[in-house]
Each structure stands twice: as structure tokens, then as C-alpha cells.
Design a protein around this ligand. Structure first.
Ligand code: KIV
Length: 305
């Protein structure tokens, strides 16, 4: 089985790179980003024709069952990112630096960013916040790795922000979001995620975001693009969803329906049917029955207590 997706994928679609993203921004063409965490979800993103795929640390919650993004580590995200890489051809692949993988020093940040590129085949990395994260972003960019910033609601530090709540809802708090975004733009981030920010604050800030691509999630319609979490938009995840999530499908219901139908058929003896079973030549089968009847076979297979 090929690891390159075929079903629905457009083989002629050129690989999305930084020039393509900048061109789309300049032309005002909306950029679509989605998270993915494994090979099948990457194939779906590929077939759907999105521009950017993020292996988000939201994997901690959507696929690993944690209650926040904090516990996920480098090795777990690298394994998921490598699986996503094998399912993607055209989209630009971003690996999310997990909590604790970049805050310590610029050296730590560069070394872990390099792992996403070398070990998982990512095109870029994402990190959260302003302040010291701006220094980390600068160092990683200087090491030759494109960086996507993330401002507003930054789930890795949600406790310090007062929980999972919208940011920038007062003039001072909006100024803080602007300060972080402008600093990340100034050090050369190719894109910045704006999460859970009033639409009007994003709209006001967009005129200052001339050199970077703004991808919104709960930040209104004025950004250059949008991102949603795969499991949220497809209704796979059974947990709490934020106000900004729109469900485009209810796959969990469909998955439960499918597994329940399978369980019902097994219990009723209806599965597997002859169409799902392999046949054997009758003469071969007769020979096999004779083989099983041999006394020596019974002796050989007897337990030697
Ligand atoms: O981890 C993630 O999924 C993210 C997106 C919400 C941007 O950071």
C-alpha cells in the first residue's frame, strides 16, 4: 500500500510552500489550516485540499485522552507528526512545540525545533505566546526553520491566563495581544495563530499585520485564514467544544453506529458470512480432516504435565 494518498488527492497540486502562502495572503485568498494527528487524518486533509496541516499539541486531548495540552511530550508529537508526514503530499506541515520543549533556552528551542524537521519531516514549527517565546522564535528562525507564532488564548499557559477564555476583551488586554503579535511579526514569523480574540480586535489589528499571515481560530473572519481542530470540526471528539467550533459532520455518532452494528452481527452469528470467509478445495479439506484424526497427532500435542 502506498503511503502517498490517492483517494481524492489532486496529484497535480503543487506542494504548498512559504511563497504560495505569501501569494495567497497578498491576493486575499483565504488560507485553510486543519490539525491532523495520524496517517488517515493526514490523508483526509490532503484529499480535502487544505493549505496547512498542523500536528497540534491538541493531540494531548483529542487522541491521547489528557484533559489539557500540557502533558504531551516531544517524542509523542514526533511520532504523530511522522505519521502525518507519510500521509501528506501538497499541504505545508507544521509541528507544534509542546509545553516544556522550548521555554528553557534558545538552545533547547532550536534543538527541539530541529527534531520536528529532521525526524518528522515537518516544514515549520509553531510555538505559543509572546515574551520569551519571541526570543525563541527569533533563534529558531535564525537556525533556518520557519516559525508560526500563536497569540491570544495560548492553551499551554491557560492557567496563567485565567482559564480557557477569550483574550483581548479590554483595551489593555487587546494591546497585550497586539504587542505579542507585532513582536512575533518583527522577528520574522511567517504566520501567527490568533486564538479566541474578539473579531473586532483582530479586524483592527489586521492592518498592522503586513508581513505575516494571520490564521484565526475564534478570532473572527478578517484574518488571512482559519484553523479548526480535526476532531472538533468532524464531531469525532466527545469532549467540550469551544464557542468558536463549527461542526461540519458528526462522525462519532456514525462510528458508534458502525461498531454497534458489527457487535450486534457478531452476537447474532450474522458476521462473518460466507462472503467474508476463505474457501479451500474439498479434497484438501478432506486431507486435513484425516490429518487431524491421526492418533500420533493427539499424542504429539498432549500436554506433558
Ligand atoms: O494544538 C492545536 O491544535 C492548536 C490549534 C488550535 C491552532 O494550537
Amino acid at each position: 500500500m502506498s503511503s502517498i494518498p490517492r483517494d481524492g488527492a489532486d496529484a497535480a497540486r503543487p506542494k504548498v510552500g512559504l511563497p504560495k502562502l505569501a501569494e495567497m495572503r497578498a491576493k486575499g485568498e483565504p488560507i485553510v489550516m486543519v490539525t491532523a494527528y495520524d496517517h488517515p487524518s493526514a490523508q483526509v486533509a490532503e484529499a480535502a485540499g487544505v493549505e496547512i496541516v498542523l500536528v497540534g499539541d491538541s493531540a494531548a486531548m483529542t487522541v491521547l485522552g489528557h484533559t489539557s495540552t500540557v502533558p504531551v511530550g516531544m517524542d509523542e508529537l514526533l511520532m504523530l507528526a511522522a505519521a502525518v508526514r507519510r500521509g501528506l503530499r501538497a499541504p505545508f506541515l507544521v509541528g507544534d512545540m509542546p509545553f516544556g520543549s522550548y521555554e528553557g533556552s534558545n538552545e533547547q528551542a532550536v534543538a527541539n525545533a530541529q527534531r520536528f524537521i529532521k525526524e518528522a519531516g515537518c516544514d515549520a514549527i509553531k510555538l505559543e505566546g509572546g515574551g520569551t517565546s519571541v526570543d525563541r522564535a527569533r533563534a529558531i528562525i535564525r537556525a533556518g526553520i520557519p516559525v508560526m507564532g500563536h497569540v491570544g488564548l495560548t492553551p499551554q499557559t491557560a492557567t496563567a491566563l485565567g482559564g480557557y477564555r477569550a483574550q483581548g476583551r479590554t483595551c489593555d488586554r487587546a494591546a497585550k495581544v497586539a504587542e505579542d503579535a507585532l513582536a512575533l511579526q518583527a522577528v520574522g514569523c511567517f504566520a501567527i495563530v490568533f486564538e479566541a480574540i474578539p473579531a473586532a480586535v483582530t479586524a483592527a489589528l489586521m492592518s498592522r499585520m503586513e508581513h505575516t499571515t494571520v490564521i484565526g481560530i475564534g478570532a473572527g473572519p478578517s484574518s488571512h485564514g482559519q484553523v479548526l481542530v480535526f476532531h472538533d470540526l468532524l464531531g469525532i471528539y466527545d469532549g467540550h467544544t469551544a464557542k468558536f467550533v463549527k461542526r461540519y459532520a458528526n462522525l462519532r455518532e456514525e462510528m458508534v453506529r458502525g461498531v454497534r452494528a458489527y457487535a450486534d452481527e457478531v452476537r447474532a452469528g450474522a458476521f462473518p458470512g460466507s462472503e467474508h470467509s476463505y474457501a479451500i478445495d474439498p479434497a484438501e479439506l478432506a486431507g486435513f480432516h484425516d490429518y487431524l484424526e491421526q492418533d500420533s497427532l493427539a499424542q504429539n500435542s498432549a500436554w506433558d504435565w
